[in-house]
Design a binder for this molecule. Sequence first.
Ligand code: NAG
Ligand code: NAG
Ligand code: NAG
Length: 565
Amino acid sequence: MSIVLFSLIALLWAEEEQPEPYFFEPFEDDSIGTRWIPSEDPYYNGTWVIEDRLVDFLEEGRKGLTMTTPKTFNGISCKSMFTADASEFVVQYEVKIQEQPVECGGAYLKIINQDYEPRSFNDSTTFAIMFGPDRCGSKNKVQFIERIQNPKSGHWAEHSLAHAPQALWDNYTHLYRLVLTADQRFEISIDGKVEISGDMNEEGMFEPPFEPPKTVADYSVKKPDDWVDEAEIVDVNDTKPEDWDEDAPMEIRDPNASKPDDWNEDEPLYIPDPNATQPADWNEEEDGKYEIPMIENPACESHGCGKWEAPLIPNPNYKGKWSPRMIPNPDYKGPWAPPQIPNKNHFIPQNLHVFGQLYGVGIDVLALTPHVLFDNIYIGRSLIQAMEIANDTWVPRHEAEMLDKKLNEQKQRKLMRAQQWSQFKAEPTLGGKAAIFKDLVLDLFADNWAIGVFICGGILCLIIFCCTFLCRACSRVVKTEVNPEGEQSSSPSEESTETSTEEKKEESPSETSTEESKAEEKSTPEQPIKDEKKDKEEEEPAQPRKRQSQSPAPKKGGKKPRRDQ
Ligand SMILES: *[C@@H]1O[C@H](CO)[C@@H](O)[C@H](O)[C@H]1NC(C)=O
Ligand SMILES: *[C@@H]1O[C@H](CO)[C@@H](O)[C@H](O)[C@H]1NC(C)=O
Ligand SMILES: *[C@@H]1O[C@H](CO)[C@@H](O)[C@H](O)[C@H]1NC(C)=O
C-alpha cells in the first residue's frame, strides 16, 4: 500500500521540473588535470586515471575514476562551488572494487567546506561530510562523519555515526546513498536498500552527539581544604589481642612426623663415581689434580639417607603482623568533584542538513589494491532525482552484473553435475550410486526448479490418484462383502466430494508449473535484462522506472543532469 502511494507521489513529483543537482559527475571524458585535479602533496604517491572498467557488461558509461598504483595514498578533488540549503541533502555514488581482495582501503568521499587550492588538497582540507566505504582488517563500515561548527564557541567538531553499516567489498558495482532531511533524520542505503536510518539527535546515534552537554564542570572551584574524602579510618580503640604472636613462623616442622625405620643417617647422600677414570689427555700441570666426580648415592634411592628432618607444614598458629581494623569515617563527605554549571557553549543543533557554502568533492584514501572505481557522483537536493539517476546508470549495470553472476553460478553447477555423473558411473555400490543420484537430482531441480515443481506435482497427483482409486476399489469390496445391501445410498455423494477435491489438486500444480516454465523461458540469455528487471523492481522500489515506462520519451534534461562546474 505504502509503496503504491509512494510511487504515485514519485510519479507526480517527477512530472515537475527537477532542480539542477549541486554536483554530478558521470566521468564521461578524461578530466584529470582539468576538472579533477590530483593533489600535489608529496604524501600522495598514487596515480589517478579516468578509464574503462576492467570488466563491464554495458556499452554506455563504461568510464570511472580510479587509482592505478597499489600500496599508495591517493588524493584528488574537483572544485565546484555550491550552497546546500534545501530541505533535503543527498549524496550518491557508485563504487566498484575491481581488484580483490581489499584488506585495507577506503572508497569514501569528502565534501569540502573550505576555499582551497586543489593542488594542495590534503588530509587537513576541511570537510562538511565524509561518506562511504572504509575497511581495514576487521573494521569494515560505511563511514558517515558530519562536521559542524558550534555557533557559540566557534569550535568545529566531527560527529561520526556510532553504529555504521557494513560496506560491500565484492567486485560488483554498488550504489551508496546518504540522505539528510529537514526533520533532522538521516538514511544510508546500499543498492537502494536502507541499511540504517534515524534521528540524528537520538542518544547514542552519533559520537560525540551533535548537542553539547547542558552542563559542564566548573574547574575554577578548588577542593576545600577541610574536605574529607577518606571513606574509612583506623579504629583507634582496637588493640592487639594478648595471644597474638607476631613472631610465629609461617611454617614449622611437622611435630607428628617421625623418621622412617629404614632411614640410614650414616649413609652419605653423594659418593665418588666408582666408574670414573682419569681421562687419557688429562694434564696435571695444566688441569690440576684429577678429582673423581661425585654422584648421587644409589643406596639412597630405596631408603632415605643423610640427616633426617621432619617435613615443613603450615604453622596453625601463624597470624602475621597485627594491624588495627578499619571503620567507616564519620566525617566522610564522598569523593570531591567540581560543581556543574550551565554550559555556555550549549546549543540545540538545528538544520543538520544545511551546509551553506561548499567547495566540491575530494577523495583522500589509502589503496593497497588498485582499481577502486568511483562513478556517477551525485550531490543534490532531491532523493527522487538521485533515484532517477540511479535508474539510468546503476540499475542496468547491476542487472547485467547479476545476470552474469547467475549464469556463472549455473555454469559452475553444470560442471559439478558433470563430475557427479562420472562419479555415479564409476561408483560400484548401489547405495553410493543412490546417494550421488539424489544429490544430482536435487541440484538439477535447484537450477531448473520449474521442471522440479512440475515433476513433483505430477508424482503427487499420481499418488493421490492411485490412493483414491485403490480406496474406492477397497471400499467397494469391503462394502459388498460386509454390508451387501445397506449404506449403499450414501456412497455416491462421498464419491462426488472425493472427485472434486481430487480435481482441484490436479489443477493447481499444473497451473503453477506452466507459469514457471514460462518464466524459465524468459531467463534465457537472449532476453537477459527483462527478467532481471522484474526482480529488480521488487527489490528496489525506485519508482521512477515505472514512470519511464509510462512516458516513452523521457526528458533529456531529467535523464542526464548538466555537470556542475
Ligand atoms: C607510497 O608511500 C607509502 C608511504 O610513504 C609507501 O609505504 C609506499 O610503498 C609508497 N608506494 C609507492 C608505489 O611508491
Ligand atoms: C569479478 O571477478 C571475477 C574474477 O576475477 C571475474 O571473473 C568477474 O567477471 C568479475 N565480475 C565483475 C562484475 O567485475
Ligand atoms: C599431631 O597429631 C595430633 C593427634 O592426632 C593432632 O591433634 C595435632 O593437631 C597434630 N599436630 C599437627 C601440628 O598437625
